[in-house]
Design a protein around this ligand. Sequence first.
Ligand code: ADP
Ligand code: ASP
Ligand code: MG
Length: 440
Amino acid sequence: METKVVKFGGSSLADAGQLRKAADIVRAEPERRFVVASAPGKRFSGDMKVTDMLYSCYDTAARGESFDDAFAAIEERFNGIIRELELDMSLESEFAGIKNAFAHRAGRDYAASRGEYLNSIILAKLLGFEFIDPAGFIRFDEQGAFDLEATRERLVPRLEKCENAVIPGFYGSMPNDTIKTFSRGGSDITGSIVANAVNAVIYENWTDVSGFMIADPRVVDHPRNITTITYRELRELAYMGAGVLHEDAIFPVRKAGIPINIRNTNRPEDKGTLIVSDTAETSRYTITGIAGKKGFSVIQIEKDMMNSEVGFGKNVLRALEKNNMCFEHMPSGIDTMSIIVNSDALVGKEKAVLDEINFRCHPDKMEIENNLALIAVVGRSMRKARGTAGRLFSALAHARVNVKMIDQGSSELNIIIGVEEEDFETAIRAIYDMFVLTEC
Ligand code: ADP
Ligand code: ASP
Ligand code: MG
């Protein structure tokens, strides 16, 4: 029998009703043998995700303050689900162990991981599936990077022995066996790892939207759906803020050529979006998607003749490296260079970074500009279409958006633009109108 791996996100498992829907989806096809579960997410707007409750509760415990009430609220989220599903089970001894670990400062990653751990025990009971704790199987290396080889070595034989299982998402363990989580949204990565380990025919990622949309539905009203997208396009969009799927979730499945299908737990009849390695099918529009993020800063550097100074760029990057910083983009002119960095990473380091660049490069002028938003326009069909950039900039000019930076990847798969944060939404809507509404 072919095997499918299904992952349910936080909103798909936020309460008893959602768990029932997820269980129905799993039972509908016997191929859906391995289920990866998130912690309960928000049940309504303004609600708190269990993961956030755990972080906050643990921080209170770590400050040495009383965390009884915060912990009781977390227990109640799970007990409420168990009661409503009328399951014959109790998590009391688990709660006691976790509370004790909080009091003994077991670590923030351990604390956050307990949401997926407890929710998966409940879902396994509901489905009658085995529960497998990923702590012993999903491994990180000494530097904290996910280790696919060490993971496969342990996980493949474990899952071969198993008919059906529920596996908590979001975490694994370090070589010294302490719990380590992926970054936020990381249950998507666990789903991809499990799909790789069982060589699944498909990795179904069940969420609260019927697939990937051309733009963020919180910015554009009812954006159109994307039916097929390539891994590379998806990674560009996910990295730039299209939060449907974690940007690192594609690596384990791409390696094994396993497609991902984004599906809607609340509308299982919808086909969703298929993510594949390559597709002969050109997309319906010139672009495949638009995504963007606020919160970037630009370090502007000016120096006469910098383009003929051997090693200038290297010295600028060494200054960033010395301050343990990555950069996002580095567009340059003859005598100017702009380094785009994440504003959060720069906070508190501004002076140190400028001093270091000064010391290494002796520029004529330097300044830092904040409040920049980046927008990525992504599409495999852009390569063949003429005039894409022209249309993009005319749409932005029409909408009176000032473009502060432009960068086009050499693969011609994307064009990145930088705009003032206050123009962010206007810019995305203008690009959507130009490339989607006018191409209908
Ligand atoms: P889950 O809890 O299932 O992991 P997420 O909240 O991580 O779900 O991701 C789904 C959300 O991603 C949607 O509810 C939507 O608000 C948001 N989103 C952002 N960009 C897009 C996009 N381009 N297409 C669809 N959804 C998007
Ligand atoms: N529960 C974790 C988070 O909120 C992981 C996930 O949902 O994918 O980030
Ligand atoms: Mg998610």
